[in-house]
Design a protein around this ligand. Structure first.
Ligand code: CP
Length: 323
């Protein structure tokens, strides 16, 4: 695997999950792989889990890490091709990216949806430029339309906690005061579709995800019905895709609460975090024994390390790194 921007980059998902469990057993067993190699983590947006887990994962493999917070530390970067740069952005990604690439062996990039336009976000302009111009492997640390490192941790968490071969996994929309990207939801659906789990997505009308992610996945508009018999409840807010970036509902009747969880099959509660308590989910649910959100977040280190390990191994086998 050279780049990691979606589940499609993983050659064999079953083996990747097995490898994640191997990593979890002894995360320091591959320190030789990253010796004298450097990872730069570039953030265009805030992060707690992704920053710490990916840095820790790289360090577990013996790598050095450097973090660049573009909005705080660096020049304001232009991403539009052909732009006349007479505004507030003194440097273009076309120079910044290959320069960053000269200082490292792997680049991690986080660039959220900007909600200026659906076309801009869904073309993944920033992430694509890193892939095209860096000259080194690129790991998406969440982009405009996907959050694959999160989804890999979600999958490993479900594998850890499932009590049957084919669990019923429910992704539920939940209210939020701000317009959030569809990336986590898109990606979760994309990864779940690679499994044989029963996947149900529930949300109010108007919150349908992009068809390219949903495929033939069932949408159940009645949240109560969706929860019946569920083994996992994954809560997440996202802004509308059809009315791009808009908040169509703040309906608190979609908040995940104890009464709804009681209708499930003793479901585990999941969320990628950060989470708005008593908006997305009640204290009673997130503080209950059903909640696995902390273990889920902890698995971010394991799955990030699995991804970096695969990239480093690919480079050792002849795939170019830092060409
Ligand atoms: N879940 C997640 O990506 O968290 P951060 O935004 O804190 O990195």
């Amino acid at each position: 695997m050279k780049h990691f921007t979606s589940v499609k980059d993983i050659p064999n998902l079953k083996k990747a999950v097995e490898m994640a469990f191997e990593v979890k057993k002894d995360r320091f067993a591959w320190q030789h792989l990253g010796k004298n190699k450097t990872m730069v983590l570039v953030f265009f947006n805030s992060s707690l889990r992704t920053r710490l887990s990916t840095q820790k994962a790289a360090m577990n493999l013996g790598m050095n890490t450097m973090v660049l917070n573009v909005n705080d530390d660096g020049w304001n970067l232009e991403s539009e091709l052909g732009s006349v740069m007479d505004g507030d952005k003194p440097e273009h990604l076309l120079e910044a990216i290959p320069v960053i690439g000269r200082f490292c062996d792997i680049i991690g990039v986080r660039s959220f949806a900007r909600f200026n336009s659906k076309e801009e976000d869904y073309s993944e302009r920033i992430l694509s430029q890193f892939v095209d111009y860096s000259g080194v492997p690129v790991v998406s640390m969440e982009a405009a339309t996907r959050h694959p490192l999160q989804s890999f941790a979600d999958l490993v968490s479900i594998e850890e906690y499932k009590t049957k071969t084919r669990p019923r996994v429910v992704l539920t929309w939940a209210p939020h005061p701000r317009a959030l990207p569809q990336a986590v939801a898109n990606s979760f659906v994309e990864w779940m579709r690679e499994t044989d789990y029963e996947l149900v997505v529930t949300h109010p009308e108007g919150y349908e995800l992009a068809p390219e992610f949903m495929g033939d996945v069932k949408v159940e508009y009645n949240q109560k019905k969706a929860f019946e018999g569920a083994d996992f409840i994954y809560a997440k807010n996202w802004a509308s895709y059809s009315h791009y970036g808009q908040i169509l509902s703040r309906d608190f009747s979609w908040t995940v609460n104890e009464e709804k969880m009681a209708a499930t099959n003793h479901a585990r509660f999941m969320h990628c975090l950060p989470v708005r308590r008593n908006v997305v989910v009640t204290d009673g649910v997130i503080d209950s024994s059903a909640s696995i959100v902390i273990e889920q977040a902890a698995n971010r280190e394991i799955t990030a390390q699995t991804v970096l390990k695969m990239i480093l191994e690919h480079s050792k086998e002849g795939g170019k790194i830092n060409q």
